[in-house]
Structure formats: structure tokens, C-alpha cells
Design a protein around this ligand. Structure first.
Ligand SMILES: Cc1cc2nc3c(=O)[nH]c(=O)nc-3n(C[C@H](O)[C@H](O)[C@H](O)COP(=O)(O)OP(=O)(O)OC[C@H]3O[C@@H](n4cnc5c(N)ncnc54)[C@H](O)[C@@H]3O)c2cc1C
Length: 551
């Protein structure tokens, strides 16, 4: 993980300033714990900031009830981690190791205090981020996935956790070793997600895991916000940062994982400021933490199914599954695009079992040492081939066109051509998939000839269509379904749609440049027009404008 946090081991331990502790004391309660008393259990909401005055708090392994790591929290230290910012839940139990006295401040009051005191905010967030990094680097977590080697549902949970930068440990069902043997017994030798001894999810889906982690809407205090951002890709996350910084009460609803398409890119090399590249998931995670610091909330994995305008000129979005509604005077459409599928029999049955649409560390692990095929001639296919070549036995890039020149950036083309682990097959296509429980081989057609090839992973990267079905006819779309904005839509500002109060940015917008930098740029720029719109709505209702604006 190219981390947002410093290395905890190397971080200079610096207590909070006296006046900062006094400010926390002014909003906090004193609590006393006896030795051995629980401070927080797995699944408890991180609804208070816990500062240790005297005594000692330890992190507990929820499977053995023993101390989980050697170091503990002593006087002048505080508990918590990044999930605190988003009203998440504890994933590691906390226990008083001896008689302990704490200051405990409610989360909302603590966030308000941090907003007023940037030095305090930087200190707290710096420590939280370093702790998340340490959990990642130590591969230590109380969340255990059993059976990702063969179960598509567990793989989906793994992808969700990976892409949302939530640490977990994964154990194979077929061949468990060490700790895995006990965990497989706990799970009755079936694929499972376990949070603690006796805390096994009946329905291991990303949503069920998100609910336990406090990432779903059920922990969201309000269903009424200033700005509803639909989509948590680079465009939505950038808007989330600027909206929070400008004092808008904003909420991001994301269908799968923060980062969008960029989140599935293992290395983005053309984003300013990262000369050696950065993974899309890390870039988005940094943005998410920044946005949370400014008070923007994220809800996932939830899909907006429809949106409608109300009589009082607000918009209400309905979420899939539970029909919950979120209403706001402004909506930002940042839903990007989704991958196209190949028209092949049994494709859906093999998705997640050898057929993939993203090339991340997890998929690479499943294909290690095997031959893989990447289908597509664009930059995403090229990047995936480069990345997979480091893990797979060999990579074949299957391109329908007769040349790569028109579809791929020249730097990438040159690297692919120079890599001995990659073969480029032009004028070729995959015409059949083989394998019962998982993909074993594919048929590749070239100029009328067909040949069967062994295949441990088929990566389909053949472009995408806009995610605009949920807009329910509210705004004008172009012939391909992209959202029309600005002058062409008869709107008053560049990213406004034909429906005043609804804005669109990033890949979903007609005519946008399909790149991370442009999505981030549009998501940042659009916020000033949204702020003006929301301020007018507030004014009509006799309310104060949102936050304080700095021009
Ligand atoms: C593998 C890959 C590699 C890439 N590499 C690069 C690169 O190196 N450099 C570069 O500049 N660009 C790269 N790109 C392109 C870049 O990632 C996109 O241009 C960028 O992500 C667009 O951002 P976005 O926020 O507009 O949309 P997206 O990234 O598509 O994000 C949209 C988000 O909206 C969510 N969503 C959709 N519908 C709904 C709904 N109804 N309710 C809730 N949420 C919803 C989706 O789940 C998604 O997370 C790459 C793309 C891919 C796929």
C-alpha cells in the first residue's frame, strides 16, 4: 500500500498539546474502567473519541481473547483509527489492561473540534492513518475470509475490502494451514466471513460486511443533505473533498467501492504529483480520508436506483434494495461508466471464477504462475497486461483490431512490445470459454482459425457504457447515454445539466476526457456552482448559507 499514513514504528511519539487536551476535556466525559473491563467490542460504533488519562488500554485478539499486539495505549495516547471519521465500527476489541481513566468525547463534537483546530485534526488523522497502514503491513486483522480460493461471494467481499482499504486475512478452504485450520473448523469447512469467535456472517456479501463495519446507510444520521454525490470514483471523491471544504453538508453514495474504475488500476502513471505512479485505490483512499476530515460522509455499497424532483425543488434519490431515500437541493452525477461484457455463453457463470474485469493484487494471486489472456486494445487492457506479466506464467493480449496504434498510448505500446512475458495477438478474438467450476481454457479465433488455449484468468477490458439508467429521464442524455451539460444542455454553468440543481462530472459526462485528472478537475471545479445553487435554496427557505466561503 502506498500509504496515506506514516510508519507508526518510526513516527515520533508526540503527545497532544495541553490546551488541546483541555479542549477535548470540555466536550468529554470522564470514564473509569476496572482492569479487564471491555472498552469496545467488535461491531460497536466508533461513536466516541477515547483519550487515556491514566492506566492502559490493550487491543484484544477476538479469537483468543489474548493481547493482539505487544504495544498498548498509555497516558496521553488515544484510541481509534480512520473508521472513526466515517462513523465506522470497531473491528478490534479494546480492553483496559489495568485500572484506567479516560476522557471520552462524542464523535460529532470531536469532529467539530477538529474542524476548528487544524493542528489537532492533522495530529489525530496522522495517527489514525499510520495505524491503518500498520494493520495493512502486518497483514493483521480480526476480519477473516475463508474460501476465497473457490467461492465467488467471498471473492466479492475480498474485492470490496481491498478496494476500500480495509485490512483482512484470507485463508484457503482447500488447503488450510496453521491458524486457517481452526478458522475453517469455526466456519464448518464452508466459505465464510468471520469477525470474531462466534461472529460468523450468515450471508457473506459486501453489503452485510459493510453493515457490520458501519459503512452502510443505517448508521447515517440524516437522509437530508445539501449535496448528494452519486458515485465515488475520482470525480465524486474530488467533489466530496471540495464540498466538505466549502462547508456543504455532502453525502457520497457508492455502489461498490471508492475509486471507481481508477480503483481497479494498479498503477496510474499520468497523474500529476506521482512521478513513479500511484495505484488508483490509494489515490482515491487519500481523497476519501481528506473528504471525511472535512465532514463528508460515504455510504457503500449502495446503489441509487432512481431520482425524482419534488414540488419544493429538491431531489430525492431512492436506494436499491431497501427503498431508503436521500433528499437534497443539489445532486452531482458522478457515476462514470461500466465495463462491457463479451457475448459468450457461460460468461456470467464464470465471472469471478477465472473471468475478471479488473486486474488487482487479488486476481493476480488467483492466476499466479498460470497463462492468462487480456482482451482489449485500450490503455486499461495494456496496463492490466503489464501488471499481470509480473505474476502470471505468460500474458497474451488479444486485440480485435489489426494494430494498437489508434487505441493505446504510445508509451504503453512500446513497453508491451518490449516485455518478453507478453505476446500481442492482433486481429484475434475469444470465441468460447471452457471449464465447469472455474475457467480452464478459452478458444481464440484468428482469421477463421480456432485454437484452444489453457487459461488461468481471462481479463476482459473492452470499453464501457455510461451509468445513467438511474437518472429516470430527469436530464438530457446524448445518443450513447452520456449526460449533456453546460451550454448544450441550456444550463447556466459548465457542468450543470438540463435540470437545474443536477450537475454531472467525469466519465459519465458527454464530451469528457476519460482520464483521472480530468475527472478530479471537473469534480473540484463544479463545487462552486453547486455552492451558489444550494445557498440560493437555503436563502429561499430563510436559512443561512452553507459554511463560510473563501474565494
Ligand atoms: C483498469 C483501468 C485503468 C485506468 N488507468 C488510467 C490511467 O492510468 N490514467 C488515467 O488518467 N485514467 C485511467 N483510467 C480511466 C479513469 O480511471 C477514469 O477516467 C476515471 O476513473 C473516471 O472517473 P469517474 O469518477 O468519472 O468515474 P468512475 O471511475 O467510473 O466512477 C464511477 C463510480 O460510480 C459508481 N456508480 C455507478 N452507478 C451508480 C449508482 N447508480 N449508484 C451509486 N454509485 C454508482 C461506480 O460504482 C463507480 O465507483 C483507467 C481506467 C481503468 C478501468
Amino acid at each position: 500500500m502506498e500509504s496515506i499514513g506514516a510508519d507508526l514504528e518510526e513516527m515520533k511519539r508526540q503527545p497532544l498539546e495541553r490546551e488541546e487536551v483541555d479542549a477535548i476535556a470540555a466536550i468529554a466525559e470522564l470514564r473509569d474502567y476496572a482492569a479487564g473491563e471491555t472498552v469496545a467490542e467488535v461491531g460497536d460504533p466508533m461513536d466516541r473519541f477515547v483519550y487515556v488519562l491514566t492506566g492502559e488500554i490493550e487491543l484484544v485478539d477476538p479469537y483468543t481473547q489474548q493481547r493482539m499486539i505487544e504495544s498498548s495505549l498509555g497516558p496521553t495516547q488515544f484510541a481509534g483509527e480512520l473508521a472513526f471519521l466515517n462513523a465506522g465500527a470497531h473491528t478490534v476489541p479494546l480492553r483496559a489492561a489495568r485500572p484506567t481513566r479516560t476522557l471520552e468525547a462524542p464523535r460529532a463534537a470531536m469532529l467539530e473540534l477538529m474542524a476548528r483546530r487544524p493542528r489537532l485534526a492533522d495530529h489525530v488523522i496522522g495517527v489514525f492513518a499510520a495505524r491503518r497502514r500498520q494493520l495493512f503491513e502486518d497483514h493483521r486483522s480480526s476480519i477473516k475470509l475463508i474460501g476465497a480460493d473457490r467461492d465467488a461471494r467471498i471473492q466479492a467481499v475480498g474485492r470490496f475490502l481491498d478496494r476500500n482499504r480495509i485490512p483482512y486475512e484470507s485463508f484457503d478452504l482447500d488447503d488450510p494451514e496453521g491458524e486457517g485450520i481452526h478458522l475453517c473448523q469455526l466456519a464448518d469447512h464452508a466459505p465464510a466471513v468471520i469477525f470474531a469467535e462466534g461472529m460468523i456472517l450468515d450471508d457473506p456479501t459486501p453489503r452485510a460486511v459493510a453493515r457490520l463495519l458501519g459503512l452502510d446507510l443505517n448508521v447515517c444520521e440524516r437522509a437530508e443533505v445539501d449535496l448528494l454525490i452519486v458515485g465515488g470514483g475520482p470525480a465524486g471523491v474530488a467533489a466530496a473533498v471540495y464540498a466538505g471544504a466549502e462547508g456543504l453538508d455532502a453525502l457520497v453514495v457508492e455502489d461498490s467501492a471508492i475509486g471507481g474504475q481508477a480503483g481497479s488500476s494498479s498503477r496510474i502513471e499520468n497523474y500529476m504529483g506521482f512521478p513513479t505512479g500511484i495505484s488508483g485505490a490509494d489515490l482515491a483512499f487519500r481523497g476519501q480520508v481528506q473528504a471525511m476530515k472535512f465532514g463528508t460522509r460515504f455510504v457503500m455499497p449502495r446503489r441509487v436506483a432512481a431520482v425524482a424532483r419534488t414540488e419544493d425543488e429538491r431531489f430525492c434519490a431512492r436506494l436499491e434494495e431497501d427503498d431508503e431515500e436521500i433528499c437534497a437541493p443539489a445532486v452531482l452525477v458522478a457515476t462514470g461508466v461500466q465495463y462491457r461484457r463479451l457475448p459468450l455463453p457461460r460468461l456470467r457463470a464464470l465471472e469471478g471464477k477465472g473471468v475478471y474485469y479488473a486486474a488487482t493484487e487479488m486476481e493476480a494471486r488467483f492466476c499466479a504462475g498460470q497463462p492468462v489472456l487480456v482482451v482489449g486494445g485500450g490503455n486499461s487492457a495494456g496496463q492490466a497486461a503489464m501488471f499481470l506479466a509480473r505474476h502470471a506464467d505468460c500474458v497474451k493480449l488479444i486485440v480485435r483490431e489489426e494494430a494498437l496504434a489508434e487505441t493505446m498510448s504510445s508509451y504503453l505500446r512500446e513497453r508491451l512490445e518490449a516485455d518478453p512475458a507478453i505476446e500481442i495477438h492482433l486481429a484475434s478474438e475469444v470465441s468460447a470459454l471452457h471449464g465447469e467450476r472455474r475457467l480452464e481454457a478459452v478458444t481464440v479465433r484468428h482469421e477463421g482459425d480456432e485454437r484452444r488455449e489453457p487459461c488461468g484468468g481471462l481479463f476482459i477490458m473492452i470499453g464501457a457504457a455510461p451509468n445513467t439508467g438511474w437518472l429516470s429521464g430527469l436530464v438530457d442524455l446524448d445518443a450513447e447515454g452520456f449526460v449533456i451539460t453546460g451550454e448544450e444542455a441550456g444550463a447556466g454553468s459548465a457542468y450543470e445539466t438540463s435540470c437545474p440543481g443536477v450537475y454531472a462530472v467525469g466519465d459519465v459526462r458527454a464530451g469528457s476526457v476519460k482520464r483521472v485528472a480530468s475527472a478530479v478537475g471537473e469534480g473540484s471545479v463544479v463545487v462552486s456552482a453547486i455552492w451558489r445553487h444550494v445557498a440560493r435554496c437555503h436563502e429561499r427557505r430563510g436559512e443561512a448559507p452553507p459554511g463560510q466561503r473563501e474565494d
